[in-house]
Structures are given as C-alpha cells and as structure tokens.
Design a protein around this ligand. Structure first.
Ligand SMILES: [Zn+2]
Length: 122
C-alpha cells in the first residue's frame, strides 16, 4: 500500500480516537507514528505467507471478510455457515492477513489507552 494512503488511514484512526478520548496534543505525533507502523506493510510483523483471502465454502469465491458475503449471497449467518460446514465455533470468517492487521491496530490503540491512563493516574 502507498505510504501516503497508510498515513491518511493512520491519521483517520487517530482522529477518531482523539474525538472520543482525552489525549495530550504533544502525544499525537507519536500515536500517529505507532498507528502508521501498525498499518505499514513494508516493515511488517504480519508474515508474508499469511493468506490475504479466505474461500467461501458455498461458492468457492475468495474474500477478505466472509460475513457480509455469506449473508448477501447465501442468506447464511456466521453460525449457520459454521454449522452447515461443520466448522468449529471459533473458525475465523476473516482472512488471516486482515485479522492480523486489524489486531495490530487494536494493540496500538490499547497501548495508547494504557499510556493515557497511566499519565492521568500518575
Ligand atoms: Zn459464497
């Protein structure tokens, strides 16, 4: 992904966070940096072999996130789909690459929250 687009994404995430949480303006650039590196693919802890798509067992097509497709194309809820194909309850319906990246952003935000709380208490 283009670095400029990643930066815009990072800024959007930080903006959304700042709207709902108190954060010292001095910390904003650092928070943007952390979020940027969580999104950046070039120095990326997401393994390169992590599949970027997941196949629908109904029609065989590949998607990043199956949930919407399952409902729109096959009228199945995630639990219906899992039951129909005897998949375990925790079987992800999101491509591993997408869920790892989303997880990294969540971690960056959680770290930010923790840092904010420590500052407020201390
Ligand atoms: Zn399908």
């Amino acid at each position: 992904m283009d670095k400029g687009i990643i930066l815009l994404l990072a800024v959007d995430i930080v903006k959304a966070y700042v709207k709902h949480n108190r954060i010292d303006h001095i910390e904003v650039p650092d928070f943007i940096r952390t979020t940027f590196s969580a999104l950046d693919e070039s120095h990326d802890p997401v393994p390169n072999d992590a599949p970027t798509l997941i196949n629908c067992l109904e029609c065989g097509r590949a998607y990043k996130i199956l949930k919407k497709h399952l409902f729109a194309a096959h009228g199945l809820s995630p639990s219906d789909y899992r039951a129909k194909h005897t998949l375990p309850d925790h079987e992800p319906l999101v491509a591993p690459e997408s869920s790892l990246r989303r997880r990294q952003v969540q971690v960056a935000i959680a770290e930010r929250r923790r840092a904010g709380r420590l500052t407020e208490e201390g």
